[in-house]
Write a protein that binds this ligand. Sequence first.
Ligand SMILES: Cc1ncc(COP(=O)(O)O)c(C=O)c1O
Length: 467
Amino acid sequence: MALHKGAGDDRRLSISPFVGTADPLGAMELAPPLHRLADGPVPAETAYQLIHDELMLDGNAKLNLATFVTTSMEVQATRLMTECLDKNMIDKDEYPQTAELERRCVAILADLWHAPAPDDAVGCSTTGSSEACMLAGLALKRRWMHRNAERYAAGARPNLVMGVNVQVCWEKFCTFWEVEARTVPMEGERFHLDAEQAVAQCDEDTIGVVGVLGSTFDGSYEPIAEICAALDDLHRRTGLDIPVHVDGASGAMVAPFLDPELVWDFRLPRVASINTSGHKYGLVYPGVGWVLWRDRDALPEELVFRVNYLGGEMPTFALNFSRPGAQVVAQYYTFLRLGRDGFRAVQGASREVATYLSDAIGKLDGFRLLTRGDELPVFAVTTADDVPFDVFDVSRRLRERGWQVPAYTFPANREDLSVLRVVCRNGFSRDLADLLLADLDRLLPELRRQPVPLKDLGVPARSGFHH
Ligand SMILES: Cc1ncc(COP(=O)(O)O)c(C=O)c1O
């Protein structure tokens, strides 16, 4: 948030006389303020050029190995999105066909994630996984409140069990909706939630357990089936019947194609809801996400609002009202365009690049792999103990060539461990991976000549990781 720069900051944009559309002297009189609305307009071409030039300082999206979010789509998809830029997703009555495409996407995901009765599964599009997780969390909380009405009225406080590696949206959920976040810390080489730790945290006020497929920190899949089996056992032993939400922000669009034998979805009766980011491995530009519940019982009716649709009623459950329709259309495009085989090929190519690159980095002297990119096409690597540089130095030096590879410190109880994380996505080819390796190879001798990691000399260890 740029709240610190206000109307008191009187800096202005300066416009070269040669940027104006017609009169080269005309533009010289313009100096629109940066932080206040100017008194008058600027010609459209001038406004475009000023902003376009400034945006060149942003990183190159193709070299962005920090993000999970799609940075390249086909021109046909882009054309469809441009055609739909003016469509508001909530206007189901005005744009019934966009609403129909949204429903088809929900049906496709219900089938992909093995909903027991796909017609009975309910779901919707969202702006991304964060909103999807809020909605899923709210449904869990509301179901717990129904089951525990008296205890809730008497002051019992609900809790949600998850690994400390969850994405920040779950901390937000707990803070915004007053749920205690019961996070299981990392321990040794265990970097995500396991069944034993999950069950150990559960009690009668647990609204649910969040399992992540896969972890934002290192790309590993959490053992969803084992967590469910342990909760089944808890149910048998104690009567506590605790539902599971699968945060499949990335993995719910990877595992169905690359790991069909892995049972993590609605095939497990304990899985009440699943979310994914359409804009991650769903291969759509930001922002679209999805959340589905296995059946109507999993989504309390009072959370669903009715909007007018073709003169009838359309149920909606969302935090936003207005939302762009173009991304939903683009999601349907990727489903139609790729089919199962196409998705398998695209995600398989990303995983191949990830394992190839992790293998090669693992062989370089000075690095130690934590994950290999063989679950999500994402891996984490740290530096060896005996080198005079750290992951922050590597990240900083790679940035000089345009590569954005974030470095960050793990959470409790592994704050001692700092890693580089590489996210391989559609568009990051093996050729680009080779160029990255070549740059790393060139850099290493220089890094080895450092006396110590730069943070030991007082240079701040900047993290580019916003998980
Ligand atoms: C596991 C997980 N959950 C949720 C999110 C939040 O997703 P979004 O950016 O779509 O809101 C992310 C983003 O990286 C994630 O990795």
